[in-house]
Design a protein around this ligand. Structure first.
Ligand code: GTP
Ligand code: MG
Length: 337
């Protein structure tokens, strides 16, 4: 599968020229390289791979990117007479498309077929069936006098019914169309991959949004419940009965703190008059705060004329004052000793 760099919005796809020896792979790849504008391609590289020669370069086709992604194609092939299976295995690793270059010479038909079967096995080992990867056949050497008829080659080779093109790699005739076709097929796969990615992302986004909505709704519901509780607490039946009595009064919703205690009787007690909420509030405002009142005996008292006088200090409202507390002992017999 193509490699994506989602940060730089670039996709990298690998195309492998595969086929029998002497079929025209090197001639084809070289022609493609020459045809590309120098600023769209990398240097042409040839490297030794277990005694085989691997050729590669990469380029960016003139086509516009897909969904904002620029696609870079990396072309690989293995050439020269000796080509080990392992070299092809490495070349095919992660391939996004294969261009099979078949030889039109009558003596090379079995070789074509053997190589195609080999390709099928190598791709299967890679985990992808030959029918699952974009594949195009280039029937090369169409210029030789005894070239096998194209329809016969198609019949023998093209059991997968993939696109096929005749070519003469030495002159470059017909070399670009099969590559162009393969590139379109690979781009189609990349588009599918990106669409699948976008779909998954949209689904995840929708799921996250739904979860957030549920949370927000749950929070709003919880808040609404709290509000109802607060309102219920602020307007108990008793308070409503006290407050109601006029259209204006019913619009007054007391604050939570000012709400009458639940212990208050719902009905005014016999002899009591119902007070308006306003009156109640005013009364409450006017009511002095409960203070602590302390009385302290500060010295010894004395008894005279049936009255006991005791010096005391009274502390209240943040201040203190001394008094003489006089207690009249009416009917109390003073105790001796
Ligand atoms: N007449 C003719 N000769 C070709 C054509 N394509 C390639 N050749 C010649 O065939 C020989 C092999 O071509 P290459 O391009 O090296 O083929 P290859 O698939 O790389 O082969 P290996 O190097 O053996 O892997 C060379 O001498 C080419 O000049 C073609 O379309 N027509
Ligand atoms: Mg060669």
């Amino acid at each position: 599968m193509a490699l994506f760099n989602h940060v730089s919005r670039e996709a990298n796809a690998k195309i492998v020229y595969f086929g029998p020896g002497n079929g025209g792979k090197e001639s084809s790849v070289t022609h493609v390289y020459r045809k590309l504008s120098p600023d769209s391609r990398s240097p042409f590289k040839a490297m030794s791979l277990q005694g085989d020669r691997m050729l590669c370069f990469d380029f960016r086709p003139a086509e516009k990117g897909i969904d904002g992604y620029n696609v870079r194609f990396h072309l690989y092939t293995v050439v020269d007479e000796v080509q080990k299976l392992n070299s092809w295995k490495m070349a095919l690793k992660g391939a996004d498309g294969v261009l099979f270059v078949a030889d039109s010479h009558p003596a090379r038909q079995k070789e074509n077929l053997d190589r195609l079967n080999e390709l099928q096995e190598l791709l299967a080992a890679e985990g992808s069936g030959i029918d699952q990867i974009p594949l195009v056949i280039q029937y090369n050497r169409r210029d030789i006098p005894d070239a096998v008829p194209l329809d016969e080659m198609q019949r023998r080779l093209n059991r997968f019914n993939v696109p096929g093109f005749p070519s003469v790699a030495t002159s470059g005739d017909g070399v670009l169309p099969p590559l162009s076709c393969l590139i379109k097929m690979v781009l189609g796969r990349i588009r599918e991959t990106l669409a699948a990615k976008a779909k998954v992302e949209a689904e995840v986004e929708a799921e996250v949004e739904a979860e957030v909505e549920v949370e927000v709704e749950a929070k709003a519901e919880a808040e609404a419940e709290v509000e109802v509780e607060v309102e219920t607490g602020a307007m108990p039946e008793a308070a409503q009965e006290t407050v109601t009595g006029g259209a204006e009064a019913s619009a007054v919703i007391p604050e939570v703190d000012a709400a009458p205690s639940c212990e208050e009787p719902a009905e005014p007690l016999p002899g009591e008059e119902a007070v308006s909420a306003e009156e109640a509030a005013t009364a409450e405002e006017a009511a002095p705060e409960e203070e602590e009142f302390r009385l302290e005996i500060t010295g010894g008292g004395f008894l005279a004329d049936g009255r006991l006088t005791v010096p005391v200090m009274v502390t209240a409202g943040g201040g203190c004052r001394e008094f003489n507390l006089v207690i009249t002992l009416a009917g109390v017999e003073p105790r001796q000793g």
